[in-house]
Design a protein around this ligand. Sequence first.
Ligand code: PFF
Length: 502
Amino acid sequence: MQQEQTKKGGFTSGIGFVLAAAGSAVGLGNLWAFPFKTAENGGAAFVFLYVACVLFIGAITMICEMFIGKRAQANPVTAFKGISKKIGWVGLLAIAVPTIICIYYSVLGGYTVRFTANSFAGNANNFAAFAGSGWPVILFTALFLAFALVVVMAGVKGGIEKASKVLMPALFVLLVAVVIFVLCLGEGVSDGLKFFLVPDFSKVTFGSVLAAMGQAFYSLSLGMGTMIVYGSYTGKEINMLKSTAMICIFDTVVALLAGLAIFPSVFHFAAKAGIPPDNLKLEGMMLMFETLPKVFESIGFIGNIIEFLFFAMVVIAAVTSVISIMEVSSQFIIQKYGISRKKATACIAAILFVLSIPVGYSIGFKLNGTGKMTVFGLDWLSFLDTVTNTVLMPVCALLACVAVGWIMGPKRALAEMEEHGVRFHRFGKVVAFMLRFVVPVLIAVIEVFGVIDLVFPMGSFNLNGLGIVLVAYGILGILIGAYFLFYHKTETGTNADELLKP
Ligand code: PFF
């Protein structure tokens, strides 16, 4: 009965679910982190490592998270409580991580909106000035959050599913169009492809393996509650195995295409302008907002069109990720506190917006070199990113695997998964083994080495790094405390609660 009612408000089709989950996965992580990490860690050799991580660690964790949500048909807190009342706090962690990420992600989203809007007026050489401009940054952040808000307000079926069905194919078409154009540029293209893809095993280190695992988790939106929440809106008819395969393939293909669009165009520009590519900023935020606009704008009017299409594609990628992030906290507020979806989402967006303002300022100060507004030596974006990505996210993903593999136990987990349409056939034992012994150990390795690298970068002690680690574990402690104080003994709601309301 509950399943029936829940489905009325949940995803109506397998493809709708896959596109929404792929929308969550495909984001800035694919477009600016993956290409650069690949180039830096040995090209195709890194791609190979990355695909192995997606296949053997990412996909299993994803199935686990979706299953946790699907079996509960409820928010992450109720879902983890359903496995054991003692670990309901993992659900709070799964809500807190994406919410913290959203604070900085929406500022970056705001940048992408402004860069799209400005494609024909020229973005080159304006990045630091724009980032440090104060209210325009706030305005574009608000605009970006408003896009996501409108979709989340309309609900899972009427908003998230519908929007994803239009936006994700659009993203793909835009990206392919940009790649085709770039590959036809001629001069420099083959050098760009070489830089991106030629395998160089000498560059593959233990650090590369860690980078590949971390990237796979971030890119697939694991350890962030979103797959639990989206999974909770699926009914029996949705095939989780097939969906996971499709999401992982889509996410990886987009990341590869992003590299095919970015490096050949950068190398083309470098060849034409006679600058060594090493002199161009090829990493992260600077690659996207400083180097690429220069590259596109050097091509003339057609370059402006390509720039517009490219940034429109980045906006779509970022907005569909933030939609999934917003849904995580909205779902919990709606279900636990019985607040209407419209009110809940509007409140969350307002809070996120206010919190994003200092982050916007802090990035501006960093880019302008004033160095004001830092926490433990980092700008606010890097600080929030490190707290979540390096420390909290692996904890969350690890506990999801432990909850299924150890607390539920392999027999019960496999039997229940089968009930929910996940059949591993002959591979059940292998999957159970991976889930219990391999995946948690590897995630624990990411956590431990991530923390060690923060506290002892290059082998020497760093007080700021220790501060960051303590803040992150402090947040975890507060969440555990809050759970046992407020949520342990009370009802925390299910998806049906939203539907049952008059
Ligand atoms: N997976 C997204 C990316 O690769 O950019 C980022 C993301 C999505 C982060 C969802 C957090 C989240 F909850």
